[in-house]
Design a binder for this molecule. Structure first.
Ligand code: T4K
Length: 386
């Protein structure tokens, strides 16, 4: 099993062994351990483990460069980044958001005492539908929290126009959107802030970690203060805060990961193309594609399974699992269906028909740089023959 996982991409000579390998929806990319050891030795030598050490400072600068953004604040994970960004830029009240995301999106609102107002999504991008946002705005609305789902950009212009008209902050949950561009521009430059996840399951990981990206130095200073107990240098504690700092261990790893991340995305793009070729024309299976002009990171490969198909989504999911292939129903159930949110008026099924339809038919197929062509063919064979 180990040998097959370590096999390089492309066609494999030993497809018999490949047919026995367990395949997960994702697998974290790591640099060669030998490259990490000297950095660990530096940390051991210096005894600087956290609180904005040298690796931390270098990674923040390197990320601004790599992601083409003005300001970056590293954080322990994207969830804490969202909580901080909403704390610094938000103003309580109601926040318009999507039910089609990982639960962290809404939990970040809850930790800030903000009320989520769910708005339906677009059928093609699975992102917040701008045409439905204005109807959900009330005098209590203070912000919009959209998600670039699967790394596919939201309609950022339309969202900005609505936000400006109503004086609302826009904080993007860009957990899945590391390195995504539209028309050549970084999608992370949109909104008042964006938060990216560096979790093990993401395109770029630091084991755990994340970053808050923002437009101006003042916002960065407030986020930096809030992630460190509200401490403002020599003045001491001046505002509310928590501990959301990224350690030197994670930051050092991130610096190394940056050298390899593009190669991983290139391999993901090949896998994406192979899935599309194999599934093209497969009755009742649709592979949504990003809009033209988008350079995505291929963090996920969602398919939609027509419920009228002989073998529907759950049957395909089970058939793959029977063959030790673990696709995921991201994001089923919807956040609005969870016990703590379904009591909200905006959580009603009739308010979210598109999100329900997608959640009931979506299946995210395995995609990660270690997946070989043989593995992709094996997965596609099981779907096509269903
Ligand atoms: N906003 C959005 C839109 C998000 O998608 C997320 C996270 C967040 C906010 C919050 O970001 P962070 O605070 O996490 O930085 C996973 C992740 O735990 C979660 O981070 C992610 N979204 C969500 C979409 O997926 P699970 O429960 O599916 O993960 P898990 O542990 O089942 O892992 C999936 C597969 O990955 C495993 O079957 C095997 C593989 N894996 C996983 C881990 C953790 C590994 O091979 N090694 C590992 O260490 O939630």
């Amino acid at each position: 099993m180990q040998e097959a996982h370590n096999a390089g991409p492309g066609d494999d000579p030993d497809s018999t062994m490949q047919s026995r390998v367990s395949i997960q929806v994702t697998r974290p990319s790591l640099p060669p351990l030998a490259e990490f050891m000297p950095l660990l030795e530096e940390i051991w030598e210096s005894r600087i483990l956290t609180n904005g050490g040298p690796f931390h400072e270098r990674l923040e600068a390197a990320l601004c460069d790599h992601l083409d953004v003005a300001h970056a604040s590293l954080v322990t994970n994207c969830t804490l980044g969202l909580i901080l960004a909403l704390h610094v830029l938000g103003d309580g009240g109601e926040v318009i958001t999507t039910p089609y995301s990982y639960v962290a999106t809404t939990q970040a609102l809850q930790w800030n005492g903000m009320t989520p107002v769910f708005v339906d999504i677009e059928p093609d991008t699975f992102n917040l539908d701008p045409d439905r946002i204005e109807a959900a705005i009330t005098p209590r609305t203070t912000a919009i929290l959209p998600v670039h789902c699967y790394g596919v950009p939201c309609d950022v212009q339309a969202i900005r126009t609505i936000a400006d008209k109503h004086g609302l902050a826009v904080i993007y949950d860009a957990a899945q959107a590391f390195g995504v561009r539209r028309g050549g521009d970084s999608i992370l430059r949109q909104g008042d802030a964006s938060t990216v996840s560096f979790h093990a399951t993401k395109v770029f990981n630091t084991f755990e970690g994340g970053v808050v990206v923002c437009r101006d130095a003042d916002t960065k200073a407030r986020i930096d203060r809030a992630r460190n107990f509200g401490v403002a240098g020599a003045s001491g504690v001046v505002s509310a805060g928590l501990n959301a700092k990224l350690s030197e261990f994670n930051a050092a790893l991130g610096l190394l990961q940056l050298k390899h991340v593009e190669a991983g995305i290139v391999r993901r793009r090949e896998i994406d193309g192979l899935y599309r070729r194999r599934l093209e024309g497969c009755l009742g299976i649709r592979c949504p594609a990003p809009p033209p002009g988008v350079t995505t990171n291929h963090s996920y490969f969602p398919i939609l399974c027509d419920p009228g198909r002989a073998e529907g989504r759950d049957a395909i999911h089970a058939r793959l699992a029977d063959n030790d292939i673990h696709a995921r129903r991201y994001f089923h159930p919807l956040i609005s269906e969870l016990p703590m949110y379904r009591i909200l008026a905006s959580a009603g099924r009739q308010n979210l028909p598109v999100a329900h339809r997608i959640a009931d038919t979506v299946l995210c197929l395995p995609i990660h740089p270690d997946l070989t062509d043989t593995m992709v063919h094996r997965i596609a064979d099981l779907i096509v023959s269903a």
